[in-house]
Design a protein. Structure first.
Length: 483
């Protein structure tokens, strides 16, 4: 007999004991729980009562757990275990404390440009990592991003993969949806998805990120309709008011980025979310250079947006977070087979002035002991080969200054996004060789078996002199270096 999907405090699921209910979602509920032996506090997701009676929903729930367990990124919620208790599946995840991005916008209103850039660069990188793995999220929205205080800055974490699409296996996490039905949140559906529910792709995820950027910069949604069919008609046909005409402090450079991500023609969007993140970085860099030039007096811009009213949350639309399934096919205009044309000149690609100064270094270099140099990898992800080459020059110079002869190197890669190393393996190999050059031996610390296998594979291919090895903890690595 299956357990009641709404457990009481103290009920056990595997080695975990339920403490209290934290949140309810479209497919299940999330509870705070503790490990009965270690006392570690975690979150457990369980299917709700309706999902527990639906075989398709249960397969999708189990698939969500497998998906989360297969993707590793510092801005994607981490899964510790996917298990069953009397045939009822449960997902054990890290417990995130904070507020959703939607709650922040409802409380604060529009966010500053710098806040938006700081939050969305890692969001773009996390979703791009999903795309690297052949996965489309399909339900990106403000309430599926949790803001946590892991460091001195807010860290965005991507949540809720219950309707993600596996582009490699096909279907929705291996589960076919009802033929001709939309799955997702209407307010964030791309135009191509309103015409064809099977059109979900990395570019449709980018469209949803564009909507999220618009909402964060302006405090309101780009489309005012609340009824699903009226909303979808607006997505296909309504002109989009540029963010700078809704919120005067938004720069016109932000208009170009947001409206390109929201272009009705997928081909006119950024080629990838990493390209979108690069445009956000370049806007900050360009603004910083412009602010150092003599200021000119300019006329005040006249807003052409409809007057806003109510609280920020009301302007976002209360239906914004409702994940809905509706039938397709009724919005197609006679003879229309593709979404209508893009948003005019605003869709042009932002200029790329010069390479950016990194927001945070890829590596920190310190002298841990007289004969041991520590290189600690950050969670920042490489974008392309040129960025890896530039870091190779920077890290090489820093290590040369500390000295390499008769020293040993400890590389802490526990925060490194593994997908970067796979995509840029050749350039990353050259970086690894530069770091290990002339050291007597090198130890790499990673935090997973997969990481060890990957590190050892790279180490076997390197031509750097000296012994190299990978470990799961710093103690073992230091013991190896001190032999």
């Amino acid at each position: 007999m299956k357990p009641e999907p709404s457990p009481q405090a103290g009920q056990r699921f595997g080695d975990y004991r339920v403490v209290r209910l934290l949140a309810r979602g479209g497919m299940g509920r999330v509870y705070e729980a503790v490990h009965v032996s270690t006392g570690a506090v975690v979150a457990i997701k369980l299917p709700d009562a309706s999902a527990a009676r639906d075989a398709t929903a249960m397969r999708r729930f189990r698939a969500e757990g497998r998906l989360l367990d297969s993707v590793r990124h510092p801005n994607i919620v981490r899964v510790f275990e996917v298990g069953f208790e009397d045939d009822c599946p449960f997902i054990v995840m890290e417990l995130l404390r904070g507020e959703t991005l939607r709650a922040k916008v409802e409380r604060q209103g529009s966010l500053s440009r710098d806040e938006v850039v700081e939050l969305f660069i890692p969001i773009c990188d996390a979703v791009a990592t999903l795309h690297d793995a052949g996965i489309v999220h399909r339900d990106l929205k403000l309430c599926n991003v949790m803001l946590t205080g892991r460091t001195s800055a807010l860290v965005p974490m991507i949540l809720d993969f219950g309707i993600s699409k596996d582009l490699v296996a096909g279907g929705t996490l291996g589960v076919q949806t009802q033929s001709g039905a939309f799955v997702g949140t209407p307010r964030y559906l791309s135009p191509e998805q309103t015409l064809n529910p099977k059109a979900a792709s990395p570019l449709s995820d980018q469209y949803a990120v564009g909507i999220m950027l618009y909402e964060c910069l302006t405090g309101r949604s780009p489309f005012a309709a609340e009824v699903p069919y009226a909303l979808m008609h607006a997505i296909l046909t309504a002109p989009v008011v540029p963010p700078s005409q809704v919120e005067p402090r938004v720069e016109q450079a932000s208009d170009a980025i947001v409206l390109r991500a929201m272009d009705r023609d997928p081909k006119e969007r950024f080629p990838s979310l990493r390209a979108l993140a690069r445009a956000l970085r370049e806007q900050v860099s360009s603004s910083a250079r412009t602010s150092q030039l003599p200021q000119r007096t300019s006329a005040t811009r006249t807003s052409q947006a409809p007057p806003s009213s109510g609280t920020p949350g009301a302007r976002l639309g209360r239906a914004a977070d409702a994940t809905t399934t509706v039938r397709s096919g009724t919005l197609n205009r006679p003879g229309a087979t593709t979404p209508s044309s893009r948003h005019g000149s605003a869709a042009s690609e932002p200029a790329v002035p010069t390479p950016l100064v990194p927001i945070q270094p890829f590596h920190e270099v310190t002298l841990l002991e007289p004969r041991i140099v520590l290189v600690r990898r950050s969670a920042r992800q490489f974008v392309d080969d040129a960025e890896v080459a530039e870091e190779r020059r920077r890290i090489g110079s820093a290590l040369d200054q500390l000295g390499r002869q008769r020293k040993r190197l400890l590389v802490d890669s526990r925060r490194a996004p593994l997908s970067t190393d796979d995509r840029l393996a050749s350039a990353f190999m050259a970086l690894r060789e530069e770091m290990a050059r002339d050291f007597e031996r090198t130890a790499v610390v990673v935090d997973s078996k997969i990481g060890i296998l990957q590190a050892n594979r790279l180490n076997r291919a390197t031509t750097a002199p000296g012994a190299l090895a990978a470990f799961e903890n710093e103690t073992e690595a230091l013991s190896f270096l001190k032999k």
